[in-house]
Design a binder for this molecule. Structure first.
Ligand SMILES: [Zn+2]
Length: 403
């Protein structure tokens, strides 16, 4: 397999088992014997996606890929000129909230920090002409003197991905997702099972799925035809000056989004709202803690989350909406409040139907039959029952006082 050693790790190139359109049939390294393309030497074996990973990861990567979700047809998004920003991603037609905007398959998956040049140069030669063309067409804000071309493009465009095996930071270079320019808002978000407001990556707009080697981008609010689709490259909870400094240093990008274009007094207000959201996120009342603590008011969770939702709305940080609304629905379930539960659950279902159909199905089922709600925090109406029991015990205690 060969490879390049850096410190105590050996990095190798591994062909992903995917086909690149119609021109090349791609296979796995383990089947290389079957893949002698037009008598080219083995070193020329090309793929539509190359992994540059440490050797122990290779056997853990999928040898056969699950089918990716279908790309919307006709397409929701189109890449076109975005003026001084270069290329941009635009809504080709109206996009409803919750829709899957596009499905991308990576061109390369590379380590976040590997200070040797050769593997990145070799990676480019491993790609099919189509894939290489698509990769090198992406923006590169790094100087070629400092980073090999493929690494510079990855540093400019890659999204973080989790790979199996030994820990290491990896990024996937996707052909279309990076065309979405930055804005200091979160209009898409990812819904991983572990997603909670505390860990919510407000600027994670894309869900990567290793079994199908695909990334899906979702809309968390509706887009009108022609509108630019953007996502966030930096921490959107930081103040304007910090966001702009990070964008300039990392992406040589100047943001002219509404939050960055505010006059000084309004900008200070926006910074304060984002700082309050960050503080809320760190200190927030968690559903489990509220459910387990009868000393807390029944409406404490709703009140705390309503405050965060208002702040998120004011700053167009829609990435927080689903986890917050989901928490409110669960709190209503524990309180046995059916109308309030349905109001929140319907919103979860609306926003998750495409992004996370299993979650949407769970909430639909609970709306149909609330008695099936049984979660780690408790069952339907459990908190209400506990409250009634506490009241009864208090009355008994009161009656038992002899004087
Ligand atoms: Zn901005």
């Amino acid at each position: 397999m060969g490879g390049w050693t850096h410190v105590d790790q050996t990095f190798v190139l591994h062909n992903a088992p995917i086909a690149d359109g119609s021109d090349e049939i791609i296979t796995d390294d383990r089947e290389e014997a079957a893949l002698v393309v037009d008598s080219e030497p083995e070193s020329c074996i090309a793929t539509a996606c190359v992994f540059l990973v440490t050797a122990p990861i290779v056997p853990l990567l999928p040898a056969v890929l699950a089918p990716p979700p279908p790309d919307p047809d006709p397409p929701y998004a189109v890449v076109r000129d975005a003026g001084w920003k270069g290329a941009g991603l635009f809504a080709a037609r109206d996009i409803p909230a919750g829709a899957r905007i596009l499905v991308d398959r990576p061109l390369a998956i590379v380590p976040a920090d590997l200070p040797i040049r050769e593997p990145f140069d070799a990676l480019l030669t491993r790609l099919t002409p189509n894939a290489r063309k698509r990769l090198t067409a992406l923006a590169n804000c790094k100087a070629l003197a400092d980073h090999p071309e493929a690494e510079g493009i990855a540093l400019t465009n890659a999204i973080r991905v989790e790979l199996p095996g030994p820990p290491g930071e990896y990024g996937a270079v996707l052909p279309r997702v990076p065309r979405a320019n930055h804005r200091c808002v979160a209009w898409h978000h990812s819904l991983s099972p572990a997603l909670t407001p505390a860990s919510c990556a407000l600027h994670a707009s894309v869900v990567f799925d290793l079994p199908s080697l695909s990334a899906s981008m979702y809309a968390l609010r509706p887009f009108a035809a022609g509108e630019e689709i953007t996502h966030s490259y930096v921490d959107v909870l930081g103040p304007r000056a910090a966001r702009q400094a990070a964008l300039s240093a990392r992406y040589a990008f100047r943001c002219d989004c509404p939050a960055c274009a505010l006059p000084p007094a309004a900008a200070a207000k926006s910074d304060a709202a984002r700082a309050a959201l960050r503080a809320w996120s760190a200190l927030r009342l968690r559903l489990g803690a509220w459910a387990a603590d009868p000393c807390r008011a029944d409406d404490a969770l709703h009140a705390s989350h309503a405050e965060a939702l208002a702040l998120a709305e004011s700053e167009a940080l829609h990435g927080l909406r689903v986890p917050l609304i989901e928490d409110c629905a669960r709190a209503s379930a524990l309180l046995g409040d059916y109308p309030a539960f349905c109001a929140h659950a319907q919103e979860v279902v609306r926003l998750c139907a495409v992004m996370d159909p299993e979650r949407a199905a769970r909430f639909t089922q609970w709306m149909r039959d609330p008695t099936t709600f049984a979660e780690p925090e408790g069952r339907w109406g459990q908190r209400k029952k506990q409250r009634e029991e506490l009241e009864r015990n208090r009355e008994i205690d009161d009656m038992s006082i002899p004087w």
